[in-house]
Design a protein. Structure first.
Length: 383
């Protein structure tokens, strides 16, 4: 019997739902109430521009505050409509210490980190979970993520599974979750697609029913990414070099601001065709680019992935953990790629694959066995 079936019988269990002020978390709370759980909401704030020294434009600071407060008031309106209590908590310092500082350090090294994965690991399923359980008496927490969790009686493992809505599936961002975290988490939206969720919200007169989905990195919002980074990493101008001809074709303001495979923002006007970032040399302040007509410079066939977190005991699912086949995603929403995993140590593997484009150091490689998310780690070296 799977976990979500067992939990439906535990009707008196208390669940704290992460209420973001969006439609997904709103419907997640509604569904849990309908399933008989005792539900309360918790709105968390992870970023404060003034406290974090974020230099904004003339009206941006006030706009950001208004946006955060509007999200809170939307979450409060939904909570009142559902008849549940809404708590509020700040994790600004924790977010800075565990997510943002790492984010900046990785960019300074010329890598491209994923802060959403770190936020899930250190904030939502750690600090948030601890607060919900220790201070609010929760048995479980729940989030409006598109993913699922179930308990496998045979292996005695909690399995994180993909969402039915493959376009929205967020297991990629949840790859750093542990058995302990999964054992205390509910994902009510796993079997639903986005249009169904909006319809449920409309049918129940929730004000978030037609609210626009948030996009991008939370602490940057709608602002231009490079301008935001310039608040924390000073400009280091250098040359843009054609990797085929070794000729300088332009200038950049800082190699750390660009990522492998990037085309926009290179300002290479007058070129006969688009160019893509194919490599970087941070020490020499060089960005290497290749023409769109020759993507061979973007292709690779293997990568070293380290800091791997396995969401379950791999040996219960893989006959030989030293070398095995599975699939992987090297970017969110990228189609699965067949890979061969060769173990270096418990948290480091050499990942072999047929030519894949623009695999980027600092990003996450996430591994799957069918619908089960096995875990993920940081792409370190690309060959």
């Amino acid at each position: 019997m799977f976990l979500f079936l067992k939990r439906k019988m535990n009707m008196k269990k208390k669940v704290i739902v992460g209420m973001s002020g969006g439609v997904d978390s709103s419907v997640a709370a509604l569904l849990l109430i309908q399933q008989g759980y005792e539900v309360e909401g918790l709105f968390m704030r992870n970023w404060d521009s003034a406290a974090n020294g974020d230099i904004l434009g003339n009206n941006e600071s006030q706009d950001e505050i208004c946006t955060q407060e509007q999200d809170y008031f939307d979450a409060l309106a939904v909570s009142n409509k559902l008849g549940i209590k809404l708590h509020r908590v700040d994790f600004i310092k924790e977010y800075w210490d565990y997510v943002f500082e790492y984010f900046i350090k990785e960019y300074q090294k010329g890598r491209t980190p994923n802060p959403d994965i770190l936020c899930n690991k250190y904030i939502k399923f750690n600090k948030f979970m601890d607060h919900a359980i220790e201070n609010l008496g929760a048995d479980y927490i729940a989030m409006g993520h598109y993913a699922g969790v179930r308990f496998n009686e045979k292996t005695q493992q909690y399995e994180m599974i993909r969402a039915v809505d493959q376009n929205k599936d967020q297991t990629y961002f949840l790859c750093q979750l542990t058995q302990e975290m999964l054992s205390k988490t509910l994902f009510p939206l796993q079997a639903l697609e986005k249009p169904q969720i909006r319809k449920i919200a409309e049918d129940n007169n929730l004000i978030t029913a037609n609210k626009k989905d948030s996009t991008g990195i939370c602490f940057i919002g709608e602002r231009e990414f490079t301008k935001f980074l310039q608040n924390y990493i000073s400009n280091q101008p250098g040359d843009i070099v054609d990797v085929k001809t070794n000729q300088v074709v332009g200038k950049h303001i800082g190699a750390m601001y660009y990522t492998i495979g990037q085309r926009k923002g290179l300002n290479l006007g007058g070129m006969k065709e688009p160019y893509y970032v194919s490599g970087k040399d941070i020490d020499k302040k060089i960005i290497y680019v290749c023409p769109a007509s020759d993507e061979s410079y973007l292709l690779s066939s293997s990568a070293i992935v380290n800091e791997i977190n396995w969401t379950l005991n791999l040996s219960h699912y893989i006959k030989d953990i030293n070398e095995f086949k599975c699939t992987a995603k090297f970017r969110y929403r990228q189609p699965d790629v067949d890979v061969i995993m060769k173990r270096i140590d418990n948290t480091t593997y050499k990942v072999k694959y047929s030519d894949v484009k623009a695999i980027t150091p600092g990003q996450e490689a996430v591994f799957y066995l069918g619908e089960i998310c096995l875990g993920g780690g940081v792409i370190d070296i690309v060959n």
